[in-house]
Design a protein around this ligand. Structure first.
Ligand code: SF4
Length: 272
């Protein structure tokens, strides 16, 4: 429920597992974590990083008793080909109903996200409490995702420029509400140059976009910290906060949602 990721409060994983798609995936932390538990009976990652839908997790946000910033699918990618449209729709319905939380949906499959936000997920695109973002690691794979994101009718769009692998040059930030920048961390981490970060910060300043500097990264991430020019950058887009309904109301909403899915009620699981 509590996340150590600097730009969020909690993670929610109604999908687990993924496949690599571009250079930013090379040292995927989710894969490293999940594969550690492959074959461990009863562990959530018993199947390693293989794609798995986890419908029993769908109603989890109804059970949290304080409004949160929620990173959706930190261990996966909601828009990968193996996730059916109907399931992306179910996840989006939860985010639209439990709107006292703010959700951060991040993908590298920007074209599919754009297509669905223009069609089946239109209802969720227009919600202020759902932020839709793309990962940008380089010019070749990352920058085109920004154009795809801009073509989506999302109310709030954001970029996670992490791991930043090269100078991105000039970035069109029109329609972008938030930029996160970070370097890669862990064994074999590819270095990030200061001037690449400064260039993005400068462009955010000029184009009026909130800038969040997550970390320098490197093999010793803690030592390198997250200070840039002797300060931290923890800017966010403006966020609507709504009071959380009574517990009974949340349970009723979760049950109603479950009935519409025609799978067994998870209320005992998430509210126990
Ligand atoms: S898209 Fe994200 S979760 Fe999937 S393999 Fe790449 S880095 Fe990992």
């Amino acid at each position: 429920m509590n996340s150590s990721i600097e730009w969020t409060d909690a993670t929610w994983n109604p999908v687990r597992g993924c496949t690599k798609i571009s250079p930013g995936c090379r040292h995927c932390y989710a894969e490293t974590f999940a594969e550690r538990f492959r074959g461990v009976k009863g562990h959530p990652y018993e199947q390693g990083f293989d794609l798995r839908l986890v419908p029993e997790k769908l109603t989890e946000p109804f059970a949290w008793r304080s409004p949160k910033l929620v990173f959706v699918n930190s261990m996966s990618d909601l828009f990968q080909a193996g996730v059916p449209d109907e399931y992306t729709e179910a996840v989006s319905r939860v985010m639209a109903i439990a709107d006292w939380h703010t959700y951060q949906v991040l993908t590298k499959r920007a074209q599919r996200m754009r297509n669905l936000l223009n069609s089946k997920l239109r209802f969720a695109a227009e919600k202020e409490n759902i932020w839709w973002g793309v990962s940008v690691e380089d010019r070749k794979y990352g920058l085109p995702r920004i154009d795809h994101l801009r073509q989506a009718p999302a109310k709030v769009r954001f970029l996670s420029i992490e791991p930043l692998l090269e100078d991105l040059g000039e970035i069109n930030l029109t329609g972008i509400a938030w930029v996160i920048v970070g370097g890669e961390s862990g064994p074999g981490a590819r270095p990030m140059k200061r001037e690449w970060v400064i260039s993005i910060r400068q462009q955010c300043r000029i184009q009026g976009v909130p800038f969040f500097f997550k970390q320098w990264g490197g093999v010793r991430k803690k030592k390198n910290g997250r200070s840039l020019d002797d300060r931290t950058y923890d800017e966010y887009p403006s966020r609507i906060t709504r009071p959380i309904p009574e517990k009974a109301e949340c349970i009723a909403s979760a049950e109603e949602f479950e009935k519409s899915l025609q799978i067994p009620s998870p209320s005992q699981r998430v509210f126990s």
